[in-house]
Design a protein around this ligand. Structure first.
Ligand code: ARG
Length: 477
C-alpha cells in the first residue's frame, strides 16, 4: 500500500496521481487548526443528530457516531497527536472516528463540507476565547484600580506633547489607561455577538440538500441566529477581522501604558520603580534592571497590527464563497489572541509590582504648570480669557528671563503683567488648588476622581446572570 493510499483523505476519488509533496506541505494546516478539535467534535455530534432528524441516519448510526466522537474527544484530551498525514483537524477527527466505529463514520460527512464546518468551528473558538480575553483584561483593570487607590491623592504632571502640561491626581493618570481597556472589553463582547451566527448547514456553497433543522443546530450549539445566505456564510470572516481589530486596539492600548511606565521608570522621570520579578538584568552592565515585560508588550502591539492587516489584505483579494486563502485566517487569529493572552498577565504583574515615588512625582510639578489657573484667576477678576492668556504669557517670559519659578517672582512682576493681579495670586500657584478646581465629571478634582474610581469598580464587577425558567424553579426547591 502506498503512503498515498494509507493517508486518510476526505477528497481523493477523482485523482489518479498522488498529491505532490510540496503541495501537501503547503496545504497542511493541522499544526495550526489542531486546537479546534473540541469545537469540531461538538459540531459534528450536533450534525450527527441533525442527520438523524433529517432521516439520513438511523438512530443507532447517529448514536454510534456521537459516542464515537466522544471517545475521539477523550483520546485527544488524553494527548493523542495527529498523524503526519492528517491534512487538517477535520480530516484527523474523521480518521480517528473511523478507527473507533468503523465504516459508519463515513456517513457523518453527508450534506456538509469542511467549508461550513471550519467556519462553524472557528466561530465557536472565537466565542469561547472572547470570554478568556475579557477575564485577562479585567485582571489588569483590577490592578489599575488598586494602584489608582494607592496614589489617589498624590499629584503628578500630566503631559501633552510629552511636555509638562497641568497637575493631576496620580489616580487620574492611572485610570486614563483603565477606560480604553473598558472599550476593548465592549469591542470583544461585540465580536462574540458577531461570531454567534451559525454557518453550519451551508454545505460547500449552496446549502445542504438534506432537510436538516438548522434551528435545532443553532440551539444545541448555542448560536443566536442562522446565516441567511450560504455563499456569504462560507466566506464570511468579518468576525475574525473584528476580533483582530479589537486585539490590535488592545495591543495599542497596552503599548501606550507600557510606554508611559517605561518613561516614568527611567532615572530622568523616576516616578515609578519596577519590581524585580518583572524586570531582567543586563549581561554586561551589572547595574541594569530592564522593564522587558513592558517592552515586549509594546512590541507585541506591532505584531497584532500585522495580523489584522494580513487578514484584511487577504479578504480584499477574494471572490465570493470559500477560497483556500481563508485557511490562513486562523494563523492570524490564533497568533494575535495567543499573544495578548501572554502579554496581559505580564503587564498586570508588572503593574502590580510597581511602587510609586510620590516625592519625585510631586517634585516634577513646576509653577508654570499653573499658568492656566493664573489665566482663570484673571478671568475671575473680569479679564477676557484672551487678554488673561497674553498677560500670563508675559509673566512666564519674565520668569524665564530671571531663571526662576513663578512663585519666586515679586508681586511687582505680576502687576506689570496685569494690574488685576492681587496678593492672593500665590495661592493660585498651588497645584493642590489647581487640581481641586477641576471637579467637573471626568476631571481630576478629588471628588471627581473618587467617583471615577467607584465607576471603575462597578464597570468590572461581573454581571450576575439572571436565572431563567428551570434554573429559577430549581433554586426555589
Ligand atoms: N483547513 C481548511 C481551512 O481551514 C478547511 C476547509 C477546506 N475546504 C476546502 N474546500 N478545501 O480553511
Amino acid at each position: 500500500m502506498s503512503a498515498e493510499q494509507r493517508s486518510h483523505k476526505l477528497w481523493g476519488g477523482r485523482f489518479s496521481v498522488p498529491t505532490a509533496a510540496a503541495l501537501d506541505a503547503l496545504n497542511r494546516s493541522i499544526g495550526i487548526d489542531y486546537r479546534l478539535w473540541p469545537h469540531d467534535i461538538r459540531l459534528s455530534q450536533a450534525w450527527a443528530m441533525a442527520l438523524w432528524g433529517a432521516g439520513v441516519l438511523t438512530l443507532e448510526e447517529s448514536t454510534s457516531i456521537e459516542t464515537g466522537l466522544a471517545r475521539v474527544g477523550d483520546k485527544l484530551h488524553g494527548g493523542a497527536q495527529p498523524e503526519p498525514s492528517d491534512e487538517d483537524v477535520h480530516t484527523m477527527i474523521d480518521r480517528m472516528l473511523h478507527v473507533e466505529i468503523g465504516n459508519v463514520a463515513s456517513k457523518l460527512h453527508t450534506g456538509r463540507s469542511r467549508n461550513d464546518q471550519v467556519a462553524t468551528a472557528t466561530r465557536l473558538w472565537t466565542i469561547e476565547i472572547a470570554g478568556e480575553v475579557d477575564k485577562c483584561i479585567r485582571v489588569l483593570q483590577q490592578v489599575m484600580i488598586d494602584q489608582a487607590r494607592a496614589i489617589e491623592h498624590d499629584l503628578m504632571p500630566a503631559y501633552t506633547h510629552l511636555q509638562r502640561a497641568q497637575p493631576v491626581a496620580g489616580a487620574h493618570w492611572m485610570l486614563s489607561h483603565f477606560w480604553p481597556l473598558e472599550r476593548d472589553r465592549a469591542r470583544i463582547a461585540s465580536v462574540a455577538r458577531s461570531a454567534a451566527v451559525l454557518p453550519l448547514g451551508s454545505g460547500a456553497i449552496a446549502g445542504s440538500a438534506y432537510p436538516i433543522s438548522r434551528v435545532l443546530l443553532q440551539g444545541s450549539l448555542g448560536f443566536t441566529s442562522l446565516s441567511s445566505n450560504s455563499i456569504d456564510a462560507v466566506g464570511d470572516r468579518d468576525f475574525v477581522a473584528e476580533m483582530l481589530f479589537a486585539v490590535a486596539m488592545l495591543g495599542a492600548h497596552l503599548s501606550r501604558l507600557s510606554e508611559d511606565l517605561i518613561l516614568y521608570g527611567s532615572s530622568e522621570f523616576g516616578f515609578v520603580k519596577f519590581g524585580e520579578a518583572f524586570t531582567t538584568g543586563s549581561s554586561m552592565m551589572p547595574q541594569k534592571r530592564n522593564p522587558d515585560a513592558l517592552e515586549l508588550a509594546r512590541g507585541s502591539g506591532a505584531r497584532t497590527l500585522g495580523d489584522l492587516t494580513s487578514l484584511l489584505a487577504t479578504l480584499k483579494g477574494l471572490p465570493s464563497g470559500y477560497n483556500k486563502d481563508l485557511q490562513d485566517d486562523k494563523r492570524a487569529l490564533f497568533g494575535a489572541v495567543d499573544l495578548m493572552l501572554l502579554v496581559l498577565p505580564a503587564v498586570a504583574g508588572t503593574l502590580a509590582e510597581i511602587t510609586f515615588d510620590r516625592a519625585r512625582m510631586k517634585a516634577a510639578l513646576s509653577s508654570t504648570m499653573m499658568a492656566t489657573d493664573l489665566a482663570d484667576y484673571l478671568v475671575g477678576k473680569g479679564s477676557s480669557f484672551r487678554d488673561a492668556h497674553e498677560a500670563v504669557g508675559s509673566l512666564i517670559r519674565e520668569g524665564e528671563r530671571r531663571g526662576c519659578e513663578l512663585t519666586e517672582l515679586p508681586l511687582a512682576s505680576f502687576r506689570d503683567a496685569s494690574t488685576l493681579f492681587g496678593e492672593d495670586v500665590l495661592e493660585w500657584l498651588d497645584p493642590t488648588r489647581s487640581v481641586a478646581r477641576r471637579e467637573v465629571p471626568g476631571g481630576t478634582g478629588p471628588d471627581a476622581v473618587q467617583a471615577q474610581i467607584e465607576e471603575a469598580i462597578s464597570a468590572i464587577r461581573p454581571v450576575r446572570e439572571t436565572p431563567r425558567g428551570n434554573q429559577l424553579a430549581f433554586q426555589m426547591v
